[in-house]
Design a protein around this ligand. Structure first.
Ligand code: GLC
Length: 799
């Protein structure tokens, strides 16, 4: 007989005292009196994984985020104990686990300073409604601590004082502080006492983070289900934290083809064919470099994926070829919703093979998107991903499409509360069957992954190109991304700047915004200022919704066109520099854009900066954020910097006014830098490059620069056909030396470097190249201090 029907309210539950400890290779297992088990896995000397279960038994260990290529292994692992705690020691960290309640404290192994400490630590609430637990963690925050990361949050760089939710959401015309938006990247960085560490909470349920918002000295994170499962990643350099997080969740599986780093033009939508060609022709006529043109949803037959509207595009193959002949790569959009239409082969096959998502009790998950009522493939099923990847055969292999744009993959559903699937939808989750509560945040990632597999298969031996809107940690392995449906406003230019930096800090460097704004229309000034910023973003594309007027570089009058051309040309000149930065990202996990705090965390002035950032290793950029500006104040990080336009040297560590009229923006180059440049091309590969410029910025002292080269596409570089040139510069009062070390097997087609010297404090009277005196006339040092040398020189000495 049941008399009481009230839910028993237990509130927060906590681990009790540890009753047993076992070590199994790299994993230390602590079991408490109330059946909580904590596994601490030493992933690397600086990376510890914490995993808790409240039932004595763990779920199957499965993660979409962690890559199988993640580095593992440590130099030291020692476990000792005293009366109150276990002490885990690695080469980098010391971790105390309290015997009373499993709370942990983590110290720097070198100077024994406290880095991060549990407050309440792990606790949980039982969930009657869904079963399992709401899992929670609280940590003590240091008074001066700053917080960064979390993917695409449209807020100031430093997250302190704020609370966030991670639930991938279609967020048309989001504003500053809108939360959540398109991505779920549950990774943050803490910084205090000049030391940085990261926490990656690998849980795909809805997660929340609170950085001293609810309680002034407490940082906490929690999830609506799943396990308390997080990685603690130590620096102490922030760039190491980011590199280690990126190592765990993966670097891009391949370098992007160089053309993908060119300029892209997009609109909702260019159609019919004549319109697409007209746009393409105008780029060439006005000599504005451009590599890619996009077809938004209107190219399809009634928005059915993998079809063409034959009225607008009677012969897509021919059009794509003609565009390609003129240097344009065609990129098409593909959304997840498959129109319910028994006469449509993709729908029919999906239905027959049982590939669509279903509700808990069996009906299909039906939702409205652009094509009307749709079903949605369950991309969390590996078989569905394989099927999906094969659907790209015709588009890529036959028609010649070079890239695919995945959109609406949050998944977005129109006209329903929550703008997405209901919670009860079932997913395969690679054999770990679950509800949408768990699969929601990775749905878009798995779609992009399947698309990537298709592109990779059918583009081979060329490199694939995919762009996605929704993402979870690890999506960077497969695709590039953009920040979604922003607005043509000055505030959004500011947001785009911070979002790009934040994404880079969160392991996802191949990112850009809809330049000029997606919703509403920019005026020419805003568009030009946004292009100036956008050319310094790893992904560079103008996109807008068509109902708000034109947004091509020429849509705002000649003055604007000229500025836009000038900056896109600059991007094309800097391609070898950007490509090198990309290589460092793909190879070492070093973010392509560095917020000032990431560049110099020991300078507290950088902790709250938002606008200035480092592009690659050596170029400091700061966009103009407001109308009618003739310049702006900005913070110059420590060190000496050359004004890119005037060569004037400024000393960093201070805020300065920098002139930047409409056709300019604040750009600085670090002293001692050697910046490689290509000649301007209208598209990548237009010209055979027979000479590369090296802009050399004199420094009294030493500096190292690098240049990565390969064939710009294809996979030969994986077999070693790439090269890295390391330039060591040494400047003394009246001499300048440059040494070059080249490694790798790639032989670049160009023969010579044109050396352009900046800021040389002396007049050159003699040059030796590889220890041989050069007859001065031979080297042709002209008035502008430039001369030409063989690309394989090993040492140049100027005096
Ligand atoms: C979404 C996308 C946008 C696209 C539009 C139509 O709003 O974010 O980029 O143009 O759908 O496909």
């Amino acid at each position: 007989m049941i008399l009481n029907t009230e839910l028993e309210y237990k509130g927060n539950l906590f681990p009790s005292k540890i009753i047993s400890y076992k070590k199994n290779l790299d994993t230390l297992a602590f079991t408490t009196d109330n059946n909580v088990v904590l596994h601490v896995t030493v992933v690397r000397d600086s990376v510890l994984r914490f995993r808790y279960t409240t039932t004595g038994i763990f779920e199957k260990d499965f993660s979409y985020a962690i890559t199988k290529y993640a580095s593992r292994g440590y130099n030291v692992l020692e476990v000792t104990e005293d009366e109150d705690k276990y002490i885990i020691t690695t080469a980098k960290l010391i971790c105390h686990i309290s015997k009373a309640d499993t709370r942990s404290s983590i110290f720097d192994a070198k100077d024994k300073s406290l880095i991060c400490e549990d407050e309440l630590g792990f606790h949980w609430e039982e969930s009657y409604e869904f079963g399992g637990d709401v899992v929670k963690m609280t940590k003590t925050s240091h008074p001066s601590e700053a917080y960064y990361g979390l993917g695409d949050k449209p807020v100031d760089n430093n997250l302190k004082g704020k609370r966030f939710e991670n639930w991938v959401t279609d967020s048309y015309a989001f504003t500053k502080d809108t939360d959540p938006i398109y991505k779920a990247i549950p990774f943050y960085i803490g910084l205090h006492s000049k030391k940085a560490y990261g926490v990656f909470f690998d849980n795909t349920f809805k997660t929340n983070f609170d950085f001293c918002h609810e309680r002034r000295n407490i940082t906490s994170f929690w999830a609506q289900g799943g396990e308390m499962n997080y990685y603690f990643i130590y620096g102490p350099d922030m760039s190491e934290v980011v590199a280690n997080y990126t190592d765990l969740t993966g670097k891009p599986h391949e370098m992007p083809a160089l053309w993908t780093l060119g300029y892209h033009q997009c609109k909702w939508s260019y159609y019919p064919e004549s319109n697409v060609k007209e746009i393409a022709a105008k780029f060439r006529k006005l000599k504005i470099p451009c590599d890619a043109i996009y077809l938004d949803i209107d190219y399809m037959e009634g928005f059915r994926c993998f079809t063409w509207d034959k009225e607008y595009f009677p012969d897509p193959k021919k059009m794509v070829k003609e565009l390609a002949d003129d240097g344009f790569k065609t990129i098409v959009i593909i959304d997840p919703g498959i129109k319910i239409d028994p006469g449509y082969p993709v729908f029919k096959e999906g239905l027959e093979k049982d590939y669509f998502c279903k509700r808990a009790d069996g009906p299909y998950m039906k939702g409205k998107v652009w094509p009307g009522e749709c079903y949605f493939p369950d991309f969390t099923n590996p078989e569905v991903r394989e099927w999906w990847s094969d659907l790209f055969k015709e588009l890529v292999e036959d028609i010649g499409v070079k890239g695919v744009w995945n959109d609406m993959n949050e998944p977005a559903v129109m006209d329903v509360p929550g703008k997405t699937f209901p919670d009860d939808v079932r997913h395969n989750y690679d054999g770990n069957r679950c509800s949408h509560r768990k699969a929601h945040n990775i749905y878009g990632m798995q779609m992009a992954r399947a698309t990537y597999q298709g592109l990779k298969k059918f583009s081979y031996p060329k490199r694939p190109f995919v762009i996605t809107r929704a993402a979870y940690s690890g999506t960077q392995r497969y695709t590039s991304t953009w920040t979604g449906d922003n607005v043509a406003s000055w505030e959004h230019l500011i947001i785009a700047n911070v979002q790009a930096q934040r994404m880079c800090m969160s392991g996802y460097s191949f990112v850009g915004s809809d330049i000029g704004g997606f919703a509403e229309q920019p005026n020419g000034e805003l568009y030009a200022r946004w292009i100036q910023l956008g050319v310094f973003h790893p992904f560079c594309r103008t996109h807008s919704s068509g109902d708000h007027g034109d947004q091509e570089p020429w849509a705002f009058g000649t003055n604007v066109t000229d500025v836009v051309r000038k900056f896109i040309e600059l991007r094309y000149q800097l391609l070898p520099y950007l490509y090198t930065a990309f290589w460092r990202y793909a190879n070492e996990g070093i973010p392509i854009l560095k917020s000032l705090v990431l560049y110099d965390q020991n300078d507290p002035h950088t902790h709250y900066r938002n606008d200035e950032f480092i592009f690659g290793e050596k170029i400091l950029v700061c966009p103009i954020n407001e109308p009618n500006a003739k310049g702006r104040r900005m913070y110059i990080p420590r060190g000496n910097w050359y004004n890119f336009w005037t060569d004037e040297v400024v000393e960093g560590g201070q805020e300065l006014w920098v002139d930047a009229d409409f056709d300019s923006m604040p750009i600085f180059v670090k002293e001692g830098a050697i910046i490689p440049k290509y000649p301007v091309q209208q598209y990548v590969g237009e010209k055979t490059i027979d000479e590369v410029s090296l802009d050399v910025y004199y420094k009294l002292g030493k500096e190292t620069s690098q240049v990565f080269e390969d064939a710009h596409d294809g996979y030969d570089y994986i077999k070693g056909r790439y090269s890295v040139r390391i330039f060591n510069l040494l400047g003394v009062e009246t001499e300048l030396y440059i040494q070059q070390h080249k490694s790798g097997k790639y032989i670049a087609p160009f023969e010579t470097f044109k050396i352009n010297l900046h800021g040389l404090p002396f007049k050159i009277s003699k040059i030796t190249i590889d220890k041989e005196d050069f007859i001065f006339d031979d080297v042709k040092v002209n008035d502008s201090n430039s001369f030409v040398v063989n690309k394989d020189f090993t040492e140049i000495q100027m005096m």
